[in-house]
Design a protein around this ligand. Sequence first.
Ligand SMILES: *[C@@H]1O[C@H](CO)[C@@H](O)[C@H](O)[C@H]1NC(C)=O
Ligand SMILES: *[C@@H]1O[C@H](CO)[C@@H](O)[C@H](O)[C@H]1NC(C)=O
Ligand SMILES: *[C@@H]1O[C@H](CO)[C@@H](O)[C@H](O)[C@H]1NC(C)=O
Length: 344
Amino acid sequence: MQPHARYIRDSLQSDNAPMLSKAAIAGKMRVLFLLLLFLCETQSHAAPRPNIVLLMADDLGIGDPGCYGNKTLRTPNIDRLAREGAKLTQHLAASPLCTPSRASFLTGRYSVRSGMASWNRFGVYIFTASSGGLPSSEITFAKLLKSQGYSTALIGKWHLGLNCHNRTDFCHHPLRHGFDHFFGTPMTNLRDCKPGEGTVFARAHRWLVFVPLQVIGVAVLTLGVLRCLGLLHVPPGVFICLLLLAALLLLLFLSFLHFFRPLNCFLMRNYDIAQQPMSFDNLTQRLTAEATGFIRQNAETPFLLFLSFLHVHTAHFSSREFAKKSQHGPYGDGVEEMDWSVGT
Ligand SMILES: *[C@@H]1O[C@H](CO)[C@@H](O)[C@H](O)[C@H]1NC(C)=O
Ligand SMILES: *[C@@H]1O[C@H](CO)[C@@H](O)[C@H](O)[C@H]1NC(C)=O
Ligand SMILES: *[C@@H]1O[C@H](CO)[C@@H](O)[C@H](O)[C@H]1NC(C)=O
């Protein structure tokens, strides 16, 4: 409506507006009214609104799909999309990291403008309880399409924040950003979400836990030896304090290991927890079933489906049908499973 509003303002505030008689203004308004009617008419006769399906994968290399020249990874479904559609060879991303690049992808704006860029080491959210996220003032393409009568769904990974003040305000949730339906993880797929896949916190563990524990150990030993040799008077309280400090550090570390998965790696359906902690068993199959279900339910209305895979970010995973089937290890299995999903 903005252009019309501007037209009204311009036409009423034009230089000679004060000189216009009431009739002239009424005449102008009628022209305007017809113009609006005409615009409404053309809108209702507009071309049918196409359904939109966006598929997104993290960390997939340009040389991995067959349509970009790979001979050993099998991606027949992606290749067919490229063959029957268009294959682009120039791509610019607003950022190399999930949180800022997704913010830009959804809004079409540089991530610094929405506060989703960061200069520190991480640059992405690594805890669900982080209080930041995509501001509700941002206009996502989902919001625009929803306002045009589209049914909209995000299935898979979000990674643009969840709550502002408490665990139920959901101020950054996908449903606050134009999506009618959400199934997936509000965070991201991390190594720490899958037991046995290692951790992204290795450096933090070293500098915040292991090194301090070693320092405390060396201090206790040194003080103990000096005390035994009678070279230094060390009150027993010092040992107790140091050992308590070590115990506290160890307790915090073990709690972190124990609670990280349930608190950060879970699936939600809209505002409800769907699985906690999230299991990687048949995960792509479940996301795919949710996506095809959404498409079927909305066969009659125009829809936007944003399927944001958890593949092929680490932790790598695939179901039994795809595990150990590709020539490129767990990564290749993940790519081939994702291709299966594209074809489903
Ligand atoms: C195909 O993909 C695999 C896995 O990423 C990679 O190791 C290999 O070099 C690729 N082949 C070509 C020809 O790019
Ligand atoms: C969470 O925050 C929202 C908005 O600030 C508030 O309306 C709601 O009552 C809070 N809920 C709890 C459980 O504190
Ligand atoms: C995963 O799906 C397969 C069949 O597609 C089934 O045999 C298996 O039991 C499923 N696993 C889990 C954990 O649901």
